[in-house]
Design a protein around this ligand. Sequence first.
Ligand code: F6R
Length: 239
Amino acid sequence: MSANFVTLPDHAAASRYAADWLAGRISDCPTLTATLAAGDTPLLAYQLLIEKARTNHIPLDRMQFIGLDEWIGLGPADAGSCIETLTREFYGPAGIPADNIDYFDGRAADPALEVQRVCDRIAESGGIDLIVVGVGVNGHIGFNEPGDCLTGAFSLVTLSETTLEVGRKYFGGGAAPETGATMTLETIRQAKNILIFATGERKRDAVQTILRAESGCPAAAFCNLPQAVYLFDSASNPQ
Ligand code: F6R
């Protein structure tokens, strides 16, 4: 079986598709457990989802959330952290109760213990129902970097040079933390519905590695999963 591949004319059209895809699944099961990428790519889709949910009376506040990844050293109060971005762009505007949101706290005193806590939380949840991931310029997913082979459900990771360089955009051009923590590919692959989202010219090389199903490319790890949808725009996948 193969994943579904969708290419739409531009970022706005792809974001509308993503919002519809999310709304459909949440309508079917408003209490599902979801994991959402931060980063720039899905932010418009999250905004459109909130608008659609208001118009169509789809409850978002009954969902449970488990964070995808985080920069070590950064927590909810730190601008540019994954949890700060998602709270500002989605959890807050969508009215998600704080009790429904669990995430790796990058400021935890003992990161290894925090990893174990998140692994336990993922196990308790029974798995992720719905996940949105963005594709890095180098083909990373969450913070699973090319060539990584992370074990367990959630893991600490040393970030690649490319991720550190690209990551400056989240910190006003300043340096990004050199280590991170991420849900592993193994956990993401087990999710019941997976949306892999890449738009813009800068993702062209990564999208090519996906389309060639290159084994070392984390973003290509879902090509044989029928529950996965790859969503591109014509800038990332000129046809
Ligand atoms: C962020 C994350 C990253 C980004 C990826 C794409 O939580 O998991 O993997 O999704 O780096 O980032 P953007 O969308 O900013 O190009």
